[in-house]
Design a protein around this ligand. Structure first.
Ligand code: ZN
Length: 156
C-alpha cells in the first residue's frame, strides 16, 4: 500500500512539473505583449496576474482534465484585459496553441491509463471476459487472484 502511494505521489509531482512547464511556455509567449502603456507598478502587477492565471488554468486542467471544457477560451477571458486590443488576437492564438499542447499531453496520459485515478488495474481478463478491476500487487501487472499469470509470463 505504501509503495503504491509513493508511486502515485511521484506521478502527481511529475505531472505538476510538466503542467508548470506548459504554463511557463504560455506566459513566456505572451508576457511581452502585456499593455506597455501603463505605469511600471501596474505593469508588474499585470505580469503577475497573467502568470497566476496561466498557472491556475494548468492546475485546473491537471486536476479535472475531462470536465474542463475550452480551457483556452477560459484563460483568454481571464487575461485579455491586461493586453491592448491590437495584440489580443495574437494572445488568443498563443493561449490556444499552448493549451492544445498541454491538453494533448494530458490526453496521452489518460489513454495510457496513467490518470485512471492514479491507480493501475490488473491486466487480467475475468472469466466473464471483462478487464479485471482489481489493483495489481506492488510493481506487478496482476492482482493477487491473477498473480499466477505473471509467473507463467516470466517462465515463458
Ligand atoms: Zn486480477
Amino acid at each position: 500500500m505504501a509503495a503504491r502511494d509513493t508511486v502515485i505521489e511521484e506521478y502527481t509531482a511529475q505531472l505538476q512539473a510538466r503542467m508548470y512547464q506548459y504554463s511557463r511556455a504560455i506566459y513566456r509567449s505572451i508576457k511581452d505583449l502585456i499593455d506597455p502603456y501603463v505605469a511600471p507598478e501596474l505593469h508588474l502587477e499585470y505580469r503577475r496576474a497573467v502568470l497566476e492565471q496561466c498557472e491556475l488554468t494548468m492546475e485546473r486542467l491537471a486536476k479535472d482534465p475531462l470536465y474542463f471544457a475550452k480551457p483556452d477560451r477560459a484563460l483568454f477571458q481571464d487575461i485579455r484585459r491586461y493586453f491592448p486590443i491590437t495584440v489580443q488576437a495574437e494572445v488568443a492564438w498563443a493561449v490556444k496553441e499552448g493549451l492544445a499542447a498541454a491538453t494533448a499531453f494530458i490526453e496521452e496520459q489518460i489513454e495510457a491509463g496513467a490518470l485512471d485515478g492514479g491507480v493501475a488495474r490488473c491486466r487480467a481478463t475475468t472469466r466473464k471476459g471483462k478487464p479485471c478491476q482489481r489493483t495489481p500487487l506492488p510493481e506487478r501487472d496482476y492482482c493477487p487472484s491473477h498473480q499466477h499469470l505473471e509467473r507463467s509470463k516470466v517462465a515463458a
